[in-house]
Design a protein around this ligand. Structure first.
Ligand code: AHR
Length: 664
């Protein structure tokens, strides 16, 4: 049947005396949406979030602390700090000088800063923030620090926030006294908004002052928490309505050496006692060196659980299985020394779920959360491969399932969606009855479009799948030239019909990485971009959001001539029922450059005479969102009319369409 579109296009072509070279004209499609039986429940966890501290996603990003190296714990203890009026090779009699001092060797808060003020008029100590500090006019900022007088009489610390030109835009003077460590606080309200502000400290009196944990937070964090999270970034996450929050990564779990792996126990308890650690992404890529990238762990496991709770998402922590990132050193813990690693996993379950009488349950309670976090999942290893992984996984699997049979263990199939590592891992994990296997794919947009049928052949009685990290790469995996453009997002949308159509098997999915600082990133593409003041969702973000907020509750079939729509004429489709909203929800993706006419025939239930279509479309496949055009690609909503059991709809070129129609 020739559609109006074809007729118009054909007529236009004839009138113009040309033909539509390179373009395809499509016949109208009849899609049957069968509501008579449901195929599988859509798991509430189906669309979730993968969080990793990469690209300044935690320190310098989600974690709202504005001071870089607040506790002088970086390998170079004064990194991020400067003393513009001091000279390392002079006595600085006209100003002064500060040096890091070690409290003790070991772990935790090792260093403090001894400031020698020789001339209060001359001495200044500055912190540059994370690529500057985003400061907002009229907002309140909480400045805190620990101090002790060591010699002489330094009697006050003056804190000033500076704009890019060095002008003062907020200030407070805080008296200090006593030779014991005390904590000091002031609230300051700037009179100007700046993207790259900084902190300047000056002093009253002369002498020596010890300083530590110099911290600056906006008071307006998510849920107003001290040690809180950046509100705009959490809001973007909240708006995704995520089914789970996977944390803390990613390769960061594994580390580049065992000594530098992520150890959750070091990220809980009092914030100032959490030892800092170099971030494994700091020098990973020569093209994006970030030597000042550390983990303060102010955003630690307690805060991740709390965030999961805030978002209504299942917490899904991933732990080291005793193998370092195999793209790096691949360092292994000997099998007979795996005990502490396994114990970390068992203790984490106690920390999350144990009663307040248990040692780790008590730690949680002491941190302000006596109620359990009701953790249901735990991941063992991130992106490991080979026999080394399988033999270690078996040890964890046995120990966890013996002690906590109710906990669902997530295993990994390695970094690639096919090939030797993948085949081997899947075979072994299946044989041992793994519950959920994590798959990762960072592939081309074409790969995503061509793999909408990937899960059609997966065993319905085998392990469930966690598509734990995926993103279409416009150039090549982790290329610094990759873009979050519409082609990548649309290709992911097409692929995601295949995830949803296979909801019997695929039960958790997440795009990765999640966030990137516009100046502090190492890896692109990323779902959310931010600078010190603003943040926006990419087209890929909106695809994720539309799927997640329209997931429905039960999978149903949508077919054309009895077949799934998996790319025929560049159309893809999946359908669900939403038993809560009492609506049928259809997703149609058109990856062609032509509009396509579809007729929808609904059977099995009666539907109301109108519904809505949420459309994400863009004719230019290279279009991106940006700080200047944050919603260049963003959803719009239109109405769809229904006649009896049918509706006609023209699917725009290059579009994702969510069609929601109430069921009678
Ligand atoms: O998402 C970025 C990285 O990609 C993750 O840390 C790792 O798991 C994968 O290789």
């Amino acid at each position: 049947m020739i559609t109006e579109t074809i007729k118009k296009a054909g007529l236009a072509a004839v009138l113009a005396g040309t033909f539509l070279a390179g373009n395809t004209l499509f016949a109208q499609k009849e899609l049957t949406v069968d509501m008579s039986e449901t195929i599988a429940p859509i798991q509430p966890t189906m669309y979730g979030i993968f969080f990793e501290d990469i690209n300044f996603a935690a320190d310098g990003g989600l974690y709202a602390e504005m001071i870089k190296n607040r506790s002088f714990e970086f390998t170079i203890p004064m990194m991020g700090w400067s003393q513009p009026n001091s000279d390392r090779h002079s006595y600085n009699n006209e100003s002064g000088y500060a040096l890091p001092v070690k409290y003790f060797e070991g772990e935790g808060n090792l260093n403090f800063l001894r400031v020698q003020v020789k001339n209060a008029e001359g001495y200044e100590l500055h912190n540059e923030g994370f690529r500057g500090m985003g400061i907002k006019e009229g907002d309140t900022y909480r400045f805190t620090f620990d101090a002790k007088q060591m010699a002489g009489a330094v009697s006050a610390v003056k804190a000033e926030l500076l704009d890019e030109e060095g002008n003062t835009i907020a200030e407070a003077s805080i008296p200090v006294s006593g030779s014991e460590w005390s904590n000091y606080k002031a609230e300051i309200v700037p009179n100007k908004t700046v993207m790259k502000g900084s902190l300047k400290l000056t002093f009253e009196g002369t002498g020596e002052l010890g300083l530590d944990m110099i911290s600056l937070f906006p008071t307006d964090t998510w849920n107003g928490r001290e040690n809180g999270l950046r509100k705009d970034l959490v809001q973007l996450l909240y708006d995704l309505d995520p089914g789970f929050l996977r944390f803390p990564g990613g390769c960061i779990v594994e580390g580049r050496t065992l000594a530098r792996r992520y150890q959750w126990k070091k990220t809980v308890g009092p914030v100032d006692e959490r030892p800092s650690l170099v971030n494994r992404w700091n020098t990973e890529f020569d093209h994006r060196l970030t030597p000042d990238y550390y983990q303060s762990f102010g955003l630690g496991f307690f805060e991740y659980f709390q965030l999961s709770e805030d978002l209504g998402a299942e917490p899904l922590p991933i732990l080291s299985c005793g193998i370092v990132c195999q793209f790096n050193t691949g360092e292994l813990v000997p099998m007979d020394e795996l005990g502490p690693y396994v114990q970390d996993a068992l203790d984490l379950i106690e920390f999350a779920n144990g009663s307040t009488d248990t040692p780790w349950g008590k730690v949680r309670a002491d941190m302000g959360h006596p109620e359990p976090f009701n953790m249901k999942y735990i991941g063992v290893g991130n992106e490991q491969w080979g026999p080394e992984y399988i033999e270690r996984y078996k040890v964890f699997n046995k120990a966890i399932s013996e002690k906590y049979p109710e906990i669902i263990i997530v295993s990994g199939s390695g970094p690639f969606p096919d090939g030797d590592y993948f085949e081997y891992g899947m075979k072994e994990l299946k044989e041992m009855g793994a519950e959920i296997i994590d798959e990762h794919y960072y592939r081309s947009p074409e790969w995503f479009r061509e793999n909408a049928t990937r899960y059609d052949s997966y065993d319905r009685n085998g392990p469930k799948i966690f598509a734990g990290e995926y993103a279409a790469q416009s150039v090549a995996i982790a290329s610094p030239d990759n873009k979050n453009n519409w082609e990548t997002a649309l290709s992911e949308a097409a692929f995601m019909t295949g995830l949803e159509r296979n909801a019997e098997v695929v039960q958790l999915t997440s795009y990765a990485p999640l966030m990137a600082h516009a100046e502090g990133w190492q890896w692109t593409p990323d779902m959310i971009w931010f600078n010190n003041l603003e943040s926006y969702g990419t087209p890929n973000y909106y695809v994720q959001k539309l799927y997640s907020t329209n997931k429905g509750t039960d999978l149903i079939s949508v077919t054309q001539n009895g077949e799934d729509l998996v790319g025929q004429d560049e159309l893809y489709a999946s359908a669900t029922l939403d038993s809560e909203a009492k609506e049928v929800v259809l997703k149609v993706v058109n990856t062609s450059s032509e509009a396509q006419e579809i007729q929808l025939n609904f059977k099995g239930k009666s539907i109301k005479n109108k519904g809505k279509v949420i459309v994400l479309k863009e004719e230019n496949l290279t279009q991106e969102n940006s700080f200047d055009a944050q919603e260049a690609i963003s959803p719009s909503t239109e109405e769809i009319k229904v006649k009896g059991d049918s509706a006609s709809y023209e699917v725009a070129p290059y579009s994702l369409n969510i069609i929601r129609i109430p069921v009678k």
